[in-house]
Design a protein around this ligand. Sequence first.
Ligand code: GLU
Length: 393
Amino acid sequence: MITPAKNTTTSKTHTDDTSGARPEWTAANRIVVKLGSALLTNNENGALQTKWLASLLDDVAALKKAGKEVVLVSSGAIALGRQALGLPPGALSLEESQASAATGQISLAHAYRELSAARGLTAAQILLTVGDTEVRRRYLNARETIHTLLRLGALPVVNENDTVATNEIRYGDNDRLSARVASMVEADCLVLLSDIDGLYTAPPAIDKTARHIDVVREITPEIMAMAGDAGTALSRGGMRTKIEAAKVALGAGTHMVITSGKIQSPLRALATGAKATWFLASSDPVTARKRWLSGQLEPKGAIIVDAGAENALRDGKSLLPAGVADVTGTFERGDAVTIMAADGRELGRGLIAYNHEDALQIMGKKSQEIPAILGFEGRAELIHRDFLAMTRT
Ligand code: GLU
């Protein structure tokens, strides 16, 4: 469904007025912001746009002060690195891109460290590959690290690990990577800062009749057709990768917004109703996760629990090893398993924190005994309640 454009203008004034903000923005507590190379670096000479980045980090500091959690997904490594290495303009080979990323990531991390510290923020660098977001065990590790950083008040800054990612196994663009990150951390909102203020019915630069789209509720073939390709020389992602990102975000219950980053303080502008295209998710992240858990994963085993554990689960608690009577199947940490009562009723499904061998060893035992039994410091819960969906009875 498409809502045609109203006459909205981008506010560039610095006020705390949030009256023009969409309710989805005001309500968002966990926000992922993607910033592309075309915004971060100068198109001509590849230099870092320090003043712009400083204004963005002012916005981030303000959001964090208001109690929000922010994760940045930042490009710029290749653009900065190629300049440092003196590579000529034009297309780079994969090896040259990787060498550039290795070089530029240092400058990028340094800039984030300095500019964040000046605003009382602690930046933390996370480099991810496709495998880190797709292989469940690594996905859980990456997720846990980002959650821990957020809990500790840090500002995670994510980029693709370009130096090791080869063509077949790389995102190549940070639009889709940022959507994976948003879904991984169950963000309420994903902001794609772009060189264009949203989706148009046709490329506005070449088509005078192009109309701006304010709100998208469903990614229809019509929306896909509008995407065309709006890429620039520096940023790999065009409108198409942004729409693909929207599919991932909406599926995870995360709203997504495309807005222009070509102004100072672009996040503050969102709070005053900046021109943008909003992709609205029909459910929240928790509901989306539970739906995914209960319907789309093939269970690899079963955990049979006692009556006490069944009651605890119904009260919304996590599943502890103490309440487990038996374990069947062959599974790895992070696999989906069925939770069953001794009489064979399916109680729910969840992602398990131990493989089947370890689960068999710790079943029926107290969580404090886990280190002595397994020889390592495991999680207290066999299945954390965040990763558990009860079967409707
Ligand atoms: N990861 C790449 C970099 O840091 C950029 C990918 C993109 O532009 O989306 O240079």
